[in-house]
Design a protein around this ligand. Structure first.
Ligand SMILES: NC(=O)c1ccc[n+]([C@@H]2O[C@H](COP(=O)([O-])OP(=O)(O)OC[C@H]3O[C@@H](n4cnc5c(N)ncnc54)[C@H](OP(=O)(O)O)[C@@H]3O)[C@@H](O)[C@H]2O)c1
Length: 255
């Protein structure tokens, strides 16, 4: 029997924050399944290193040094991918700012940082992507990376949770406004994922691993590929009639 063509052959996927953590896993998974990928982030050296790892698997990778808190950078991320690959089919808004900030310490500058990176950035990248897709008559898919924190408060997470709750509502609003133009917008909401940040929190005692595991019915912490698989599903034809949804990937942690 002939082998099935890779799911994303010939397509182009843009992944913000694609140089590390979940974003790198998402970019690598798209490349493995035949897509060209554009990865954006602030640190060029990290992007170049990650691009080389993806290219070893045969994928074509464009590196776009950019800060999604800067409006012009958001437009440039999309324009660069279109210029290099001829079109953009998929956008994964993954880059985010995270820090534990008790609300009494959350001044205007701190609040602006969370909102510009986690809300305005994804909006401006999505807007540039949608405008380009509509102008060129192409169907598109957007996945916004939220968090189970967007649906429940936790100490020190007030601004992060508020930003992810806003992103979830933006996801539904984008789906409503752009769905008729053939752009499917959805979100994933991970629980804790074994990324560098979470592993450092275990090491430093900021997070109790045993207690966390006991609170997860699946009794394991997600790995980055658990999230990448969900993102690719939402971008695939298998999810062709799924719009404006947030897919929780947390082993039951958020119950
Ligand atoms: N890890 C978890 O447990 C967890 C749980 C729930 C949800 N999430 C969500 O999953 C996503 C990825 O998280 P992660 O843990 O994989 O993060 P990470 O390891 O810290 O990676 C974040 C990536 O985003 C980039 N980035 C950060 N700020 C940026 C900016 N202003 N402009 C452009 N790129 C930026 C970083 O690169 P530079 O520093 O070079 O810019 C980095 O490559 C985020 O949306 C996060 O909120 C994570």
């Amino acid at each position: 029997m002939p082998e099935a063509a890779p799911r994303f052959a010939g397509q182009t996927a843009i992944v913000t924050g694609g140089g590390a953590g979940i974003g790198f896993a998402v970019a690598r998974a798209f490349a493995r399944e035949g897509a060209n990928v554009a990865i954006a982030g602030r640190r060029k050296a990290t992007l170049v290193h990650s691009a080389a790892l993806i290219e070893e698997m045969g994928g074509e990778v464009l590196v776009v040094p950019a800060d999604v808190a800067i409006a012009a950078d958001c437009a440039r991320i999309v324009a660069s991918a279109v210029e290099r690959f001829g079109a953009a089919d998929i956008l994964v808004n993954n880059a985010a700012h995270f820090a534990l900030v008790p609300l009494l310490d959350a001044d205007a500058e701190v609040a602006a940082r969370f909102l510009s990176v986690n809300v305005a950035g994804p909006l401006l990248c999505a807007r540039a992507f949608a405008a380009e897709a509509i102008a060129s008559g192409r169907r598109g898919r957007i996945v916004n990376v939220g968090s189970i924190a967007g649906a429940r408060p936790a100490p020190g997470c007030g601004l992060y949770s508020a930003s992810k709750a806003a992103l979830e509502m933006l996801t539904r609003s984008m789906a409503l406004e752009w769905g008729p133009a053939g752009i499917r917008v959805n979100a994933v909401a991970p629980g804790h994922v074994a990324t560098e940040g979470v592993l450092a929190d275990f090491q430093a005692g900021r997070l109790d691993e045993a207690k966390l595991l006991a609170s997860i019915p699946a009794r394991r912490i997600a790995d980055v590929d658990d999230i990448a698989d969900a993102v690719l599903f939402l971008c695939s034809d298998a999810a062709r009639h799924v719009l404006g949804q947030s897919l929780t990937v947390d082993g039951g942690e958020g119950f």
